[in-house]
Design a protein around this ligand. Structure first.
Ligand code: ADP
Ligand code: MG
Length: 731
């Protein structure tokens, strides 16, 4: 029988709903952080002095004192073993874009050769995985294989459940023997420090006290879920995470009945299961709903400081993949698993907050004093304007290219949406150099010369903008669903720090030696600077429909980078302005290495997809087509013995159509093979990437069109690959 039909049968009989009885009865407050070495556990298990040192390290205020490391390690081991852990690992984020771990057991021997469990401060603080097989973009040759992992105390240690055991995972950074950065976390932490330092200057100017500032991040994660049987029959999904062939389902997302629709039971069991595991890992998952496309969903945790939110996002994606298998499902995190319907993004909600809990992008948090809000806003506009090409590069990938500019996805042109109310305020400053009183909605505090008093929901929503202010945070929507948010957030922190410092330099210059300016004096020093920067950055502000063609034309007129293809975006990473803005975050050589890795990954990704296409066409599609062709031909031959040829006109044309498509398919597949081999042989990374983009991919697209046509011609029982209508609707 056709394997699809077997899968269909299995779908009915094998369906497991609840995996464990835990899910339904679990109570969030009891389960939250159970698998985390959190402050409560630390406080209970560590001497006071050590606890204080560790908490200060978590806040980035102090280093771990070396003499405390053994005590901390011992407490971690005791705690981990009480939960059944046998191993530990340094958990880090190499430049592959995902996470890595190398497990070591707690095994050791005492003087009389007895085995015991041991874990000491040295093992906690530093590890030495062989770095030679991780990408370094030319930073380190293979014979200099030493790479080190170092404990990052700012992110909580946790227990990962896998197989039948638990592993103590120690979030870590990763660097080479020469001190070069080999991960995505070190730059993120550095950029966070950089923006924190700049914002502390701002707070000093505006009279808000805080010990430190962090960037905050809340990721809305979109994903698809389909039955695992379908995925197992699709080598393209298995190997590249997206379908390279597949004709549209007769019903897609036209009726828009999936968005916020009631979640199917089987999916709900799955969601509950992975959410519970997330809760145990201290990931504050909050929101879940169906997304626009069939089989598409979203999960969003409550925001946290960005370094932790990023760890949590990576862990959550891992959990989602992992738990899906237990439910006979598969979780697709690719940006565009299915052509013709919505792709998946990861909306990165970003803001800056003080240790005292003030959200610096929420003017209602400090209604009497929010000068900082206006300055910060202008700094962000300036940063995005000056470095929009860099931001575009930070979200570039072969996978995201399928999504950007497609169905309901932000376009590849970076612009900022602020909403009418803010636009009016900024326009006034820009034109007149003054903060004009406005009575609209009566929502502003007009007693202060320059600071608007805004209510939280004053902005409208503009779903089409890639970078939108949503009342108390910015939402960077161009980030792809499978991408680690780390690099885009690093870029955002670094560019905002840079622009803010420039603006503050000029404001301080205007104030000269006036250390405690009155409100009026402050306004006099601030407004002209804001006016200047607003004028410079005005082109980045856009409130219209980002999906329209008119915007593309307009953006070009405004001189904004319109970079449709990722392959043309990467070079912004190594531009002069990027190298400068990354000072203190990544060295030029390190940026160059990232650029090279991104290019390499880009080409590899496409090469894999192309090889899957060729393989599928030759070994599955073509044999099915030939079989059907021969059936049609013999049927025609039989009929010709019975009736005159003129009665078989239409049947002949069906056969003719098939023959033409098969011929075209073989020819195109051969061409694809040739083009792919040519691209594979190119040694320059840039040239290779461009060749894949401009010369290989278009032929791949042609092959797809032919195969999709064949899918509509051939006997259903002969078609080998699960169809869109099955994968998207049968669960
Ligand atoms: P939406 O309407 O776009 O779905 P939500 O209000 O549901 O927006 O929030 C989306 C995400 O933004 C959530 O993860 C939320 O925690 C996060 N978020 C809210 N406030 C902030 C903030 N100050 N900094 C970063 N993220 C935030
Ligand atoms: Mg959103």
């Amino acid at each position: 029988m056709n394997p699809r039909y077997l899968a269909l049968q299995a779908l009915g009989s094998n369906r497991r709903l609840a995996v464990n009885g835990l899910t339904a009865n679990s109570n969030i407050s009891e389960s939250f952080g159970k698998q985390v070495f959190n402050r409560a556990v630390m406080q209970k298990m560590l001497p006071r002095e050590v606890y204080k040192n560790l908490v200060n390290a978590i806040d980035g205020l102090e280093k771990i004192k070396p003499e405390f490391a053994d005590v901390i390690a011992l407490a971690m081991k005791e705690w981990a073993m009480s939960h059944g852990a046998t191993h530990y690992c340094h958990w880090f984020q190499p430049l592959t874009g995902s996470v890595a771990e190398k497990h070591d057991s707690f095994i050791d021997w005492n003087d009389v050769d007895q085995v015991l469990e041991k874990f000491n401060g040295k093992q906690l603080i530093q590890g030495e995985p062989d770095a030679s097989s991780f990408p370094s973009g030319g930073l380190r040759s293979t014979y200099e294989a030493r790479g080190y992992t170092g404990w990052d105390p700012t992110s909580p240690v946790f227990l990962w459940q896998g197989g039948d055991g638990m592993t103590l995972c120690i979030p870590s950074v990763f660097f080479s023997w020469t001190g070069d950065v080999l991960d995505t976390k070190i730059p993120l932490l550095r950029s966070d420090r950089k923006v924190s330092d700049a914002v502390m200057r701002l707070l000093e100017l505006t009279g808000i006290s805080a010990r430190f500032v962090n960037s905050t991040l809340g990721c809305e994660q979109e994903y698809f879920v389909i039955d695992r049987h379908w995925r197992n029959l699709r080598p393209d999904l298995v190997l590249s995470g997206r379908t390279v062939f597949g004709t549209a389902s007769p019903k897609g997302q036209q009726l828009q009945d999936h968005y916020f629709g009631s979640v199917k039971d089987r999916i709900l069991y799955y969601m509950q299961d992975f959410e519970l595991e997330a809760i145990k890992l201290g990931i504050p998952v909050k929101t879940r709903h169906n997304e626009v496309a069939p089989a598409q969903h979203e999960v969003a945790p409550v925001f946290e400081r960005s370094s932790v939110a990023i760890d949590h996002n990576l862990l959550l994606m891992e959990l989602m993949r992992h738990i899906a298998i237990k439910h006979d499902l598969t979780c697709l995190l690719h940006e565009k698993p299915f052509a013709g319907i919505n792709g998946s993004g990861k909306h990165c909600n970003w803001s800056l907050a003080t240790d005292t809990g003030i959200n610096l992008l929420d003017p209602t948090d400090t209604p009497e004093n929010n000068t900082h809000f206006l300055i910060l806003l202008v700094a962000i506009l300036d940063a995005v304007h000056k470095h929009s090409a860099l931001l575009r590069a930070s979200i570039a990938s072969a996978a995201n290219d399928h999504r950007l500019g497609g169905h309901e996805a932000p376009p590849a042109i970076i612009s900022v949406y602020l909403g009418d109310e803010l636009e009016t305020i900024l326009d006034n400053i820009e034109k007149t150099g003054a903060h004009k009183r406005t009575t609209s909605k009566g929502s502003y505090d007009l007693n202060i010369p320059i600071t608007p008093h805004l209510t939280r929901d004053y902005t409208d929503r503009n779903r089409t903008s890639p970078f939108a202010f949503t009342g108390n945070k910015f939402e960077f929507r161009a980030v792809g669903s499978s991408l680690s948010p780390s690099f885009p957030m690093t870029v955002l922190n670094a560019i905002v720090a840079d622009s803010l410092n420039h603006i503050l330099d000029e404001i301080y210059e205007n104030l000269k030696s006036n250390k405690s300016p009155s409100k009026q004096e402050l306004a006099k020093a601030v407004l002209p600077v804001l006016q200047k920067y607003l004028k410079q950055s005005r082109h980045i502000r856009f409130g219209g429909d980002n999906y329209s063609h008119a915007w593309e034309v307009e953006a070009k007129k405004r001189g904004l980078p319109v970079v449709k293809k990722s392959i043309d975006a990467f070079e912004a990473l190594i531009s002069k302005s990027s190298i400068r803005v990354f000072e203190g975050v990544l060295k030029e050589q390190e940026l160059k290495s990232r650029h090279d890795i991104l290019l390499e990954t880009y080409s590899h990704t496409i090469a894999i997809e192309i090889r899957v296409m060729i393989d599928l066409f030759q070994t599955q599609i073509l044999p099915a087509a030939l079989k059907y062709q021969s059936e049609l031909a013999s049927s025609l031959a039989l009929c010709q013995a019975q009736v005159a040829a003129s009665h078989l006109k239409h049947q002949k044309s069906v056969l003719q159509k098939l023959i033409t498509a098969v011929e075209k398919g073989i020819e195109t597949c051969d061409l694809l093979h040739k083009k792919n081999a040519e691209a594979e042989g190119i040694s320059s990374l840039e040239k290779q990437g461009k060749t894949y983009c401009n010369s290989v991919l278009p032929v791949g697209e042609q092959l797809r069109e032919i195969v999709d046509e064949l899918e509509g011609l051939i006997d259903d029982s002969l078609w080998p690959l699960p169809k869109y209508r099955e994968m998207l609707f049968l669960i």
